[in-house]
Design a protein around this ligand. Structure first.
Ligand code: NAP
Length: 408
């Protein structure tokens, strides 16, 4: 496999991005090829317009999912894994979960293989998108969800299995725990390493992007040694590694009359159930949210719903040295190959990718143009069916409309 570009480097925790980086691209299954075909020209156009030929994305197409299985007998060929590692930065469409045994989910497999510990989901409102709120524009947050630990680690045993009964027996006899017979058992591991690296990334993002607040979301009032520890380790990493660039909410109120001093990021924390209320009632007070796996999962979908649903929600799974940007929805198989669905989620994931490379002018162009296309009410079926006076256009036409809007 060759691509007419230069590989991205990685040293001392920083990506070294050439002007023609090789970017891995996995079109994915179902509607994946449709939305990727619409997305790629949008990203190329934004880079061309922003940098006038000085910069260029060198795409390296990679195989995974059903097409790869047909060709190679593997849903996630070794060659693809090696290329993802080599490219370091990639973008992917949705992948179908193989039916039957073997891999539980290709997405989970990718996250585990590359230790992509931070799931990053920005959530903001685009004028004109149908939504259930009075003021959807007040929500503008980026959620950092821990991706590798918590009850999602997949350590669980079925009711009445030998393993579950063994664990129950151990907990009862050795640790004095009371557990009902026939219980299924799940384990919730949360480590200082896992929690701190996630919070570290969230704080660094806030500092790099001029955000004012990082909120640690947890259920530590009940689960003290996992969720409570997440909160504690979060404050520890803030104090130890970001020193005078951060300030706690207590200090802001005690020493600064409730005003965050210029140039500082405020660290606070909220209990998980309270944050769901707060984001509905006082969304403007939140900025960057860092959460353990399960709460982060719920929170990102709830926030996406506030601004109009998952159809346009972008995402990234990021580790140390590898980052994969992805549409957050699934393969919607009934629409596969119809050139009909909304490519917005993948296009906005591409915008995140451009920002991640440090190519912010191009990223902003993508976002602004997408906003213009929506404001012009020329949109795909999913938005058109809820917008009064909208014209329904195809997936590829929506991409072309966004490119046209870059030149308006
Ligand atoms: P889905 O593929 O997200 O589709 C559910 C519905 O969401 C669609 O029928 C459609 O609604 C709407 N939708 C999704 N993407 C859209 C788009 N781009 N534009 C417009 N509407 C869109 O969920 P699913 O049917 O539960 O999952 C199908 C497969 O995808 C499964 O194999 C699952 O494992 C996989 N999956 C993959 C990922 C991933 O790769 N990250 C994520 C989730 C699921 P309407 O019918 O109302 O138009």
């Amino acid at each position: 496999m060759t691509a007419d570009g230069t590989l991205i480097g990685y040293a001392d925790g920083r990506y070294e991005v050439p002007d023609n980086p090789v970017i891995g691209c996995l079109a994915g299954d179902g509607i994946g090829p449709d939305i990727w075909a619409a997305t790629r020209p949008v990203l190329d156009a934004a880079v061309e317009i922003a940098y006038g030929g000085r910069r260029r994305l060198a795409w390296r197409p990679l195989a995974a999912g059903e097409a790869a299985y047909t060709d190679t007998g593997s849903y996630l060929p070794e060659e693809t894994l090696a290329a993802l590692a080599e490219c370091r930065v990639s973008i992917k469409g949705p992948l179908a979960t193989p039916v039957g045994g073997g891999i539980r989910s290709l997405n989970v497999a990718l996250r585990h293989h590359f230790d992509l510990y931070a799931c990053i989901r920005p959530v903001r409102y685009y004028e004109g998108v149908p939504n259930p709120m009075k003021r959807p524009d007040l929500l503008d947050v980026v959620i950092f969800r821990e991706n590798t630990e918590d009850v999602y680690a997949g350590i669980e045993w079925e009711s009445d299995s030998v393993e579950a009964n063994r664990v129950i027996d151990f907990l009862r006899t050795k640790l004095g725990a009371t557990i009902r017979e026939h219980s299924g058992i799940g384990i919730k591991p949360m480590s200082p390493l896992g929690c701190k690296r996630l919070v570290r990334r969230a704080i660094q993002y806030a500092l790099d992007n001029g955000c004012r607040v990082v909120t640690l979301v947890h259920k530590g009032n009940i689960m003290k040694f996992t969720e409570g520890a997440f909160r504690q380790w979060g404050y520890e990493v803030a104090a130890a590694e970001f020193g005078d660039r951060v300030i706690t909410e207590d200090e802001v109120y005690r020493d600064h009359g409730g005003e965050i001093p210029a140039g500082k990021v405020m660290i606070n924390d909220r209990i998980a159930d309270a944050i769901f209320q707060q984001l509905l009632l006082r969304p403007a007070e939140y900025d960057v949210l860092a959460a353990p796996n399960l709460n982060g999962d719920y929170l990102s979908d709830a926030c996406a719903a506030q601004v109009g649903g998952l159809g346009m929600a972008p995402g990234a799974n990021v580790g140390d040295g590898v980052a994969i940007f992805e549409a957050t929805h699934g393969t919607a198989p009934k629409y596969a190959g119809l050139d009909r669905v909304n490519p917005g989620s993948l296009i906005l994931s591409g915008k995140m990718l451009l920002d991640f490379l440090g190519w912010r002018d191009a990223g902003t162009l993508v976002e602004t143009a997408l906003q213009r296309a929506i404001a012009a009410k020329q949109v795909t079926y999913d938005l058109a069916r809820q917008m009064e006076g909208a014209t329904e256009i195809s997936c590829s036409a929506f991409g072309a409309r966004i490119i046209a809007a870059m030149k308006e």
